[in-house]
Design a protein around this ligand. Structure first.
Ligand code: ATP
Ligand code: MG
Length: 651
């Protein structure tokens, strides 16, 4: 694909951390890279010593491709590391979570409060017969009890499987049955955009076909009428509240299962990814500390993800708590009651570190610059992003309008499978380029290879692979070792293939190019969706764009673009032409979209990622593929209708 990669959209503009930022930064020189280059296993072993272990490991890493064990023989407990040791060292009064409810209520929860509630919940789970080695499903809104439930499972050695609260009963049912969970923790309802999502009713529908579930715990949040099944359903405020605040943490092996989590399903059927205890906690704690340049005494950190995704697991619960951080958790949507809720929340709590997704950033661009401008965001010191490639234009908008042109932006590449951040800047030590995730973190082996699996060199583009085991790597797909071996290790001998395309520029910076399944082949040239989309988003009228390759008799594939305009911009035939020329100007005639369709929304997964495979089905007028992970099935239906109605301009 190299020809498509030469010199495209590489912003000349770079961002050097200010002297003020460097002065307080944890890492302003390459020393961590040097240490890790010298001996990466020793490096990770040093990081693991930041945790408290009941028993130390005998071997740092045992690697029998494709299975790794880290900190072999080591014993620890994740909830002990996230709570007890902080309370024991005098931090019991530090706030762990500043929780902001969607309707405007709020709670402040200290480390001591959290420890007490986790012990109560753990005791309640014991009483309900949940044992070490069992699985517990969690299906909740973003209330503090969600983190409590996860930590309580970790305390007693039961693996949790969190299912995002926006999923349907069928998705919940399938995940519960796949994991054979023995208990479900849920809520009566969740607040979403001012109305109630009836979580318990959805769960009831699922549980009608989940024979493994013996008990549920139900948090009262919305206090609307729900059905409680005698003998099976227990109110949290009765069952949990009455328990003792003493509960011995289970002694867990470093390789004991901590959780199962299903991927977001952008490319197809979600996979039940398994993560274990010692290596996972080591890498999430390390990355949370250094990528966010954490100062737990003074920082107010906010990750806007949902705990239903890996970002919530690693960077709302385990990383921040392991580091004794103070975090904001927000329950609802960014547009309730108004479209400035995130900005008012940053101002309210004095947030210093903010972590969100490109999909959110592009939505904020669409909503207009005036909304963040109304609020005092000057407390922010660093802002981050995860989930999709961030277009340079969106990066720059984020840095200017949210980061006050002073905050480093850390673009973090990782996956459910990797458990923790793999490619990202160390903000005090790295010169940033808008749109680039910069470099692999210390102790992480990354390369880019061609079809034959040969390294492409620098500069060069191809397939992103991971070349050595890392502590928080997935330990497999739940009960499907064959799929694990084939999906991740079956393409390039000895290497983990992540499914993403990437290029490395002449300075060694990594640029993520999107899914390789999405790469388009136009007249014999490989063209990445990300680059054409970035060229479209670079146009002042465009907030968001998705492009796909559509079968074409002359060119093999032709580029079909779906474009969402910024607030107040009118669609017109002239604008279509302007956008097509803009892409030609930035990339070249080969990347010129054959058709452009304006649409108010793009089809996205429930985690907010664009689902190009469905747009491809639309463009080729095929039956839609698996839509179960789609956030709003109505959107793709209406795009399909518009596509048929308007027969978008082509030449
Ligand atoms: P599935 O594997 O079921 O299709 P998914 O890949 O969307 O779902 P996740 O594990 O949530 O599930 O997402 C990981 C993917 O998100 C990465 O493989 C990559 O494509 C994309 N991604 C995440 N962060 C970044 C980033 N900073 N830059 C570019 N892409 C990113
Ligand atoms: Mg994936």
């Amino acid at each position: 694909m190299a020809e498509a990669l030469e010199g495209l959209l590489v912003e000349s503009r770079s961002f050097v951390p200010s002297a003020a930022f460097k002065k307080q930064s944890l890492c302003i020189s390459p020393f961590l890279y040097d240490e890790a280059d010298y001996d990466s296993q020793q490096f990770w072993s040093d990081q693991a010593l930041e945790l408290d272990w009941f028993e130390e490991w005998t071997d740092i890493c045992e690697w029998e491709l494709p299975y790794a064990k880290w900190f072999v023989g080591g014993k620890l407990n994740v909830s002990y590391n996230c709570l007890d040791r902080h309370v024991a060292s005098g931090l019991g009064d530090r706030v762990a979570y500043l929780w902001e409810g969607e309707p405007g209520d709020s709670r402040s929860i200290t480390y001591k409060d959290l420890l007490d509630e986790v012990c109560r919940c753990a005791n309640a789970l014991h009483e309900l017969g949940v044992k070490k080695g069992d699985r517990v499903a969690i299906y909740m809104g973003m209330v503090p009890e969600l983190a409590v439930a996860m930590l309580a499972c970790a305390r007693i050695g039961a693996a949790h499987s969190v299912v995002f609260g926006g999923f349907t009963s069928a998705s919940l049912r399938d995940r519960v049955n796949d994991a054979e969970a023995v208990a479900l923790i849920t809520c009566d309802g969740a607040w979403r955009r001012g109305s109630i999502v009836d979580l318990k009713a959805i769960a009831d529908e699922a549980l009608a076909n989940c024979p493994s579930i013996a008990n549920t715990l139900v948090v009262r949040r919305t206090a609307h009428d729900i059905a409680m099944k005698d003998g099976r359903d227990h109110w949290w405020h009765e069952k949990v509240a009455s328990q003792s605040t003493q509960c011995e943490p289970a002694v867990m092996d470093a390789e004991d299962l901590l959780f199962i989590l299903y991927t977001s399903g952008t490319t197809g059927k979600p996979k039940g990814i398994m993560h274990t205890t010692g290596g996972y906690l080591t890498q999430v704690a390390f990355t949370h500390k250094y990528v966010f340049d954490l100062h737990p005494e003074t920082d107010v950190y906010w990750c806007t993800a949902d705990c239903g995704w890996v970002t919530g697991h690693s960077y709302i619960v385990y990383g921040p708590l392991a580091n004794a951080a103070t975090s904001v958790i927000y329950e609802g949507t960014p547009d309730f009651p108004e479209r400035d809720r995130f900005w008012s929340t940053i101002a309210k709590y004095g947030v210093t570190k903010f972590y969100t997704a490109p999909t959110a950033i592009r939505t904020f661009m669409k909503w207009g610059d005036d909304l963040p401008a109304k609020h005092d965001l000057s407390s922010l010191l660093l802002i981050g992003t995860v989930g999709e490639p961030i277009n340079p234009e969106a990066w720059i908008w984020y840095q200017e309008h949210i980061g006050g042109s002073k905050c480093p932006v850390v673009d973090t590449w990782w996956q459910t499978e990797t458990g923790a951040i793999m490619i990202s800047a160390l903000p005090g030590a790295t010169t940033l380029k808008p749109g680039s995730a910069t470099f692999p973190l210390p102790g992480i082996g990354v390369d880019i290879v061609d079809e034959a699996g040969q390294p492409v060199g620098t500069p060069g583009g191809g397939f992103l692979v991971l070349t050595q085991p890392w502590p928080s790597m997935l330990r497999g797909i739940w009960r499907d070792p064959e799929r694990y071996e084939k999906t991740y290790w079956g393409t390039y001998e000895g290497k983990y293939f992540a499914g993403d395309g990437a290029k490395r520029d002449e300075d060694g910076y990594y640029w993520l190019l999107g899914r390789v399944d999405d790469i388009m082949l136009v007249s014999g040239h490989n063209i990445s969706t990300t680059e054409v989309e970035s060229a479209l988003v670079d146009h002042h009228a465009v907030a968001e764009a998705a492009v796909v390759g559509k079968k074409d008799d002359t060119t093999g594939e032709a580029i079909a673009a779906f474009v969402t305009l910024r607030n107040g911009i009118e669609a017109s035939a002239a604008l279509v032409e302007d956008l097509r020329s803009h892409v030609v100007k930035l990339i070249g005639p080969i990347a010129k979209p054959k058709s452009v369709l304006f649409t108010d929304e793009l089809p996205k997964t429930r985690s907010g990622k664009i689902m190009r495979r469905l747009l491809r089905d639309v463009a080729e007028d095929k039956a839609l593929g698996d839509t179960t992970t789609l956030a709003d099935p109505g959107i793709v239906a209406s795009i399909k209708q518009r596509y048929l109605d308007t027969a978008p301009a082509e030449d």
